[in-house]
Design a protein around this ligand. Structure first.
Ligand SMILES: NC(=O)CC[C@H](N)C(=O)O
Length: 355
């Protein structure tokens, strides 16, 4: 007998099995990643969303904190065809509702056809379809989470030490932990800063690179980070990943738009415009850069031609829409971090095009 219900904005209610109890709501998205469930569940970019795994069995190699990308689970709830006990217990201990034993193919197909949509979940002994529908009714559009950065960013600045070869100022809009570690491994000291850090604080650090992280929600709501990029453009080399690329593009006069269901997975093909080389990438985003403004598009998604890489040689800027830190995901694009630090050296301002 069902003890969990998932109500979708298209009017349907799915019966399911409760694996971690609770009631919640969020924008329903799916990932096609077949590994990396710990990294996905701890990726702050999933804040305020409900994450469905299209791969049917989630948890088959356990749960290890060393693979976490942050210190908590970020989606409001998780859905799979089957969660192992390890994952179910972890989500329960985090207070994040989880449901399985439902037709996730149907959910994924609906999101593919109708786009990311609101959903409500009720799971546990007292769950009812009405409770799931009540949750659904209270669901807020992603773009209406106006201060989502505050939910995921650090409150206070701190430094992650590398070898002190470079100083990177990293604006934490909900960063994955492997972004600072990819930089410290390459010799940089990384100064992690709140999402709304002011220009004076950044100027005092006198960074070699100003780097804007990934993060959740609508890039248009990160006005303070955008103003920061505008302030330092042309003065300090700039880099960005995912939300970071979107914020940098907006700061250079560009624009972003909501995609139908976004890119969430570990095998997204990306083509370098100059060399034609294709790399496989890991991705998690629901918005894209519709207009790069004064930046040049260097890389394109092979499936839908959306902008995957941007640059400005004049202002020393390189950004990626995908996740070059590659947790989870193929390691094809780790070279991005070398390109970023090459900019820091004031060396080649023309990034090597193939990562
Ligand atoms: N991973 C990210 O940084 C996601 C960026 C943004 N929130 C989007 O959905 O497009």
């Amino acid at each position: 007998m069902a003890d969990a219900y998932v109500a979708l904005a298209d009017g349907r209610v799915f019966e399911a099995r409760a694996r971690a109890p609770g009631r919640t709501r969020g924008e329903l998205v799916f990932t096609t990643a077949y590994t990396g469930y710990e990294e996905s569940l701890t990726d702050p970019s999933y804040e305020e969303q409900v994450l469905t795994f299209s791969y049917p069995l989630i948890g088959n190699y356990g749960v290890r904190a060393e693979r976490f990308e942050s210190d908590r689970v970020h989606p409001n709830a998780a859905i799979a065809r089957e969660f192992t006990d390890d994952v179910a217990e972890w989500l329960e201990s985090e207070g994040v509702p989880a449901v399985d034993h439902l037709d996730t193919r149907d959910i994924v197909t609906s999101v593919r056809e109708e786009g990311a949509m609101a959903c409500g979940i009720a799971a546990g002994p007292d769950a009812t379809p009405e409770a799931a529908k009540e949750e659904l009714e209270q669901c807020v559009e992603m773009s209406d989470h106006l201060d989502i950065g505050k939910q995921v960013s650090t409150d206070e600045p701190y430094t992650v030490e590398g070898d002190g070869e470079y100083d990177v100022a990293l604006v934490d809009c909900g960063m994955k932990g492997s972004i600072p570690s990819s930089l410290t491994e390459r010799g940089a000291d990384v100064h992690v800063l709140p999402y709304d850090v002011d220009a004076e604080t950044v100027a005092e650090l006198d960074p070699d690179v100003l780097f804007v992280s990934n993060g959740p929600g609508d890039p248009a709501n990160f006005e303070s980070a955008q103003a920061l990029v505008e302030e330092f453009a042309g003065e300090v080399p700039l880099a960005g990943i995912c939300l970071g690329q979107q914020i940098v593009a907006r700061a250079f006069g560009g624009d972003t738009e909501k995609m139908a269901f976004g890119h969430h997975g570990v095998n997204q093909p990306v083509r370098d415009v100059e060399t034609g080389q294709v790399v496989m990438t890991t991705q998690n985003h629901g918005y894209s850069v519709a207009d790069p403004g004064d930046l040049e598009v260097t890389q394109l998604n092979v499936n839908d031609d959306t902008a995957e890489g941007l640059k400005s040689d004049e202002c020393a800027v390189i950004t990626r829409q995908y996740h070059p830190e590659a947790n989870p995901g193929p390691h094809d694009s780790l070279g991005f971090f070398d390109e970023v630090l090459e900019m820091a050296e004031g060396g080649s301002r023309t990034p090597v095009t193939a990562d």
